[in-house]
Design a protein. Structure first.
Ligand code: FE2
Length: 231
C-alpha cells in the first residue's frame, strides 16, 4: 500500500515510511490523482448492536467519516497531494504548521477506515491467533493485562482522540493520541484502535465512556485483523 512518493516537494522532505499497516483499503483501489472514496463499512449497520447501535454507526460512518474524506479531497484537489495515498499525506503533513487542516482531515479519514476494520460483528470469533497471542504474552503477560492498559488509555484520553495497540517492531504497546493524531508519524505500526471521540458513543452511552470502552474491548475487537497487521 505504501509506495514511493510519486510527486515532488509536497510538504517538505519525505519522511521514511513505517511498515505499511492494513489501513484504508481504498488506497489500494485508487489510481493516480483520483479522489479518495469513502470506504464502505465491512459489515451491516446493525452488526455491532447492542454495543454500537445502527444509528451511531450510520452517523459515524455516513456523516463524520464522510466529512473527513470529502474535506481531504477538497484540500488536495489540484495539488501534488492529489497523487498520494492517505497514508502518504498523513506522513508528509504531520507536524507541518502550514498543513494542519489537511493533516487533520486525512488522518481522520485514515483512522476511521482503520477503525472499522478493528471491529468484528457480534457473534464472530473472539479467538486470538497464535502469533498475536505469543506477542501479547511477551509484551503484557496476558490478554487481561493488555485489555486493562488499553481501557485505561481510552478512558483517560482527555477530550477527543484514539487509543491504540501498536507494534514498535519488537514489542507491542498501548498508546493514546489526541484529536486526529495517530501513531503513523511515530513509526509505530497500528494493530488495533478505539475511537473515543464523543461522536463514537454519545448517542448510545452519553457520558459513560468507560462502559463503551469496556464493551468494545470485550465484544468487538477483531483479533484476526490485529494479527494480520503484524505480518
Ligand atoms: Fe470517529
Amino acid at each position: 500500500m505504501t509506495s514511493s512518493p510519486r510527486s515532488g516537494s509536497a510538504g517538505g522532505e519525505p519522511r521514511p515510511a513505517p511498515r505499511p499497516p492494513a489501513g484504508d483499503p481504498s488506497d489500494e483501489q485508487r489510481g493516480p490523482a483520483a479522489q479518495h472514496p469513502l470506504p464502505p463499512l465491512p459489515y451491516e449497520l446493525s452488526a455491532l448492536e447492542p454495543v454500537i447501535s445502527a444509528k451511531t454507526l450510520s452517523f459515524h460512518h455516513g456523516k463524520h467519516h464522510k466529512a473527513y474524506v470529502d474535506k481531504t479531497n477538497e484540500l488536495i484537489a489540484g495539488t501534488p497531494f492529489a497523487e498520494l495515498s492517505l497514508e502518504e499525506i498523513v506522513l508528509r503533513t504531520a507536524g507541518d504548521e502550514h498543513q494542519t487542516s489537511l493533516f487533520d482531515n486525512a488522518a481522520q479519514a485514515w483512522n476511521h477506515a482503520f477503525y472499522w476494520r478493528c471491529l468484528r460483528p457480534i457473534g464472530h470469533s473472539d479467538a486470538i491467533p497464535a502469533t498475536l497471542a505469543r506477542k501479547i504474552k511477551d509484551s503484557f503477560g496476558d490478554v487481561g493485562a493488555l485489555k486493562q492498559q488499553f481501557a485505561k488509555a481510552a478512558i483517560e484520553q482527555f477530550g477527543s482522540g484514539w487509543a491504540w495497540l501498536v507494534s514498535d517492531g519488537s514489542q507491542l504497546r498501548v498508546c493514546k493520541t489526541s484529536n486526529a493524531d495517530d501513531p503513523l508519524p511515530q513509526h509505530l505500526r497500528p494493530l488495533l484502535t478505539i475511537d473515543v471521540w464523543e461522536h463514537a458513543y454519545y448517542l448510545d452511552y452519553q457520558n459513560r465512556r468507560p462502559d463503551h470502552v469496556h464493551a468494545v474491548l470485550d465484544r468487538l475487537m477483531n483479533w484476526e485483523f490485529a494479527a494480520s497487521n503484524l505480518a
